[in-house]
Design a protein around this ligand. Structure first.
Ligand code: 5GP
Ligand code: MN
Length: 351
């Protein structure tokens, strides 16, 4: 049996924050909703649902992300309304940010996760900045912080916000679909220790809006390319290294290897979880080579804190059991650095 702390079973966003948000939104505003680089289902789902409810309330809303989301999220409702900073030749991102009265930052906790976009935001000093997020240790740089690291996803937080500000009846089928995607993906299909009874209460509200859950599941988990399936076989069979007495696994993919398997952004999503299906495995890492850095993805089981590990050794962060960061060394040196870091971390009793 699991014990839930009372406040998590009935998780509620503080009334004072709700009131402050309501008063910000009393008159029609120019609103930008921002989410992080390499946006995932939670980033896109929370941005689009929040955008829709605000639009329905008469606001002018622009959802923006630094770069494109993975191809298998294309089915999500209203993705055509998103602006991608990297592809924005007409300067629409800049002008939306310039005229924004409120900038909502969803599903990230530090401006470093916005790459170049952070500087443009700083040019607008009059906009109110509001954080809606579930990552640990957020920057304090916001006018209003709706930061709940115990929440399993930002979509769950947005659902709670909509429910308490406008009522569950205002959730449309498209909002429900977007929110469900983030709640499902950020909980590993409702399997991680972050789930609570209240998550399922919210899911039941979303399900009552008529969303097709099996179809959503198929879109997200069964719509990959052939290249991805072959790359997965390759990385597990040929590249997975297990050490530290069978408790730590790491994998790496160079840009040449990625090219061989016709890599598209998002194709390696989820690979890092697989080594944790091995009994006794406690921590897993994957290193993927990009043009100017190596992307680091970390997962752990139980008490092993990969958020601290990512902060300390890989300029990153995230959650206790799922974190990421970057390395600017060669792949060979990155892997050596990883092994040495695991040794140091375990000497301190952390693994
Ligand atoms: P993923 O491995 O799925 O890319 O990322 C897992 C989690 O780690 C994300 O939800 C995010 O919180 C965090 N994360 C990933 N990359 C970075 C990074 O470069 N910096 C920080 N601070 N967090 C990251
Ligand atoms: Mn999230």
């Amino acid at each position: 049996m699991r014990n839930f702390r009372l406040n998590i079973v009935f998780m509620q966003i503080a009334n004072s924050k709700i009131e402050e948000l309501k008063s910000m939104l009393q008159t029609p505003k120019n609103i930008v909703i921002l989410s992080h680089t390499n946006p995932d289902g939670d980033a896109i789902g929370s941005s689009l649902a929040w955008a829709e409810i605000l639009k329905n309330g008469g606001h002018n809303v622009t959802p923006i992300v630094p770069n494109k989301y993975p191809y298998y999220l294309d089915f999500m409702p209203n993705t055509s309304s998103i602006l991608f900073y990297k592809d924005d030749k007409e300067g629409r991102v800049k002008s939306a940010l310039k005229s924004a009265d409120i900038i909502f930052c969803l599903d990230f906790h530090t401006m470093t996760r916005l790459d170049g976009l952070g500087d443009i935001i700083d040019e607008n000093q009059h906009a109110k900045r509001v954080l809606i997020d579930h990552h640990l240790d957020p920057n304090e740089d916001f006018d209003l912080m709706i930061s709940y690291p115990e929440a399993s996803s930002t979509c769950y937080l947005v659902a709670l916000l909509i429910e308490s500000m406008f009522g569950a009846e205002t959730i449309t089928a498209s909002m429900a679909e977007n929110l469900f995607v983030g709640m499902m993906t950020d909980t590993g299909n409702f399997a991680f220790s972050t789930i609570t009874p209240d998550v399922f209460r919210v899911v039941s509200i979303l399900a009552s809006k008529g969303i097709d859950i099996p179809a959503i599941h198929n879109h997200v988990y069964n719509s990959f390319t052939e290249g991805r399936a072959r790359l997965f076989g390759y990385v597990i069979n040929r590249k997975m290294k297990i050490f530290h007495n069978g408790t730590v696994a790491c994998m790496s993919l160079t840009s040449d290897e990625l090219k061989r398997f016709w890599f598209q952004q998002g194709d390696s999503e989820g690979f890092v979880n697989y080594p944790l299906t091995i009994k006794k495995m406690k921590m897993s890492a994957i290193f993927t080579e990009h043009t100017d850095h190596i992307r680091v993805s970390l997962r752990s089981r139980g008490n092993i804190d990969v958020n601290v590990f990512a902060q300390r050794y890989f300029n990153g962060g995230g959650h206790k059991n799922a974190a990421g960061g970057k390395s600017f060394m060669s792949m060979e040196d990155t892997l050596k650095h990883f092994e040495a870091s695991v040794k140091e971390y375990s000497r301190e009793g952390n693994i």
